[in-house]
Design a protein around this ligand. Structure first.
Ligand code: ZN
Length: 194
């Protein structure tokens, strides 16, 4: 994981005039928020390091990622398909609970960890609220979360968001086209195996 702290410092500059103390606080919050967000991706999608892809695939993926980072991604479908689904939100909620409630780290503002509204979803705090009992009681490995059914209220909130999201998007063919294009980042390894 690489964190671009220079970009983060640049971003907060416009938010706090010359208040250096506030700037340091905002930088620290964003660094923690980004770390926890990416940690949740790692936890719920384990890496398989014993089977490295062939060099040409690595080159192609690096080129894809470089292009991906430079493109504006205003379409929420693309963000949605890039791993920010209910499984991710649930895992992220557990990561935050463990670092804040069990390790005692300072609470990070939710919109900078995962901007639910920007992803066409309800705020992360709403999902956390539906998971409240599970967050308190689940002590297992986070990668094992997928073997347990999530609470009904969490599923209901996700279904409601999904329904609104699809209703607001317009045509089904456009949704399929957007989701397919978002998957190009993840499809090259499959081509290598074939
Ligand atoms: Zn993410």
């Amino acid at each position: 994981m690489v964190l671009n702290d220079l970009a983060i410092r640049e971003e907060v500059k416009g938010l706090c005039d010359d208040d250096q103390e506030l700037a340091e606080t905002l930088v620290a919050q964003r660094i923690r928020a980004t770390s926890f967000h990416e940690l949740a991706h790692l936890v719920q999608q384990p890496l398989f390091l014993d089977t490295p892809p062939c060099p040409s695939i690595v080159d192609a993926r690096v080129a894809d990622l470089a292009r991906w980072c430079q493109e504006p991604h205003s379409n929420p479908v693309i963000k949605f398909a890039a791993g920010h689904d209910a499984k991710f939100i649930r895992c992220l909620s557990h990561v935050l609970h463990r670092v804040e409630e069990r390790l005692g780290l300072e609470r990070v503002p939710r919109p900078i960890v995962f901007d639910g509204m920007g992803y066409g979803l309800s705020p992360l705090a709403w999902y956390e609220s539906e998971l409240a009992a599970e967050l308190q009681t689940f002590d297992g490995k986070l990668c094992d979360l997928q073997t347990l059914a999530p609470p009904a209220g969490f599923v209901k909130l996700w279904q409601r968001d999904l329904t609104r999201f699809i209703r607001d998007l317009g045509s089904l063919s456009q949704i399929v086209a957007d989701l397919t294009s978002a998957m190009t980042l993840f499809s090259r390894e499959q081509q290598c195996i074939d």
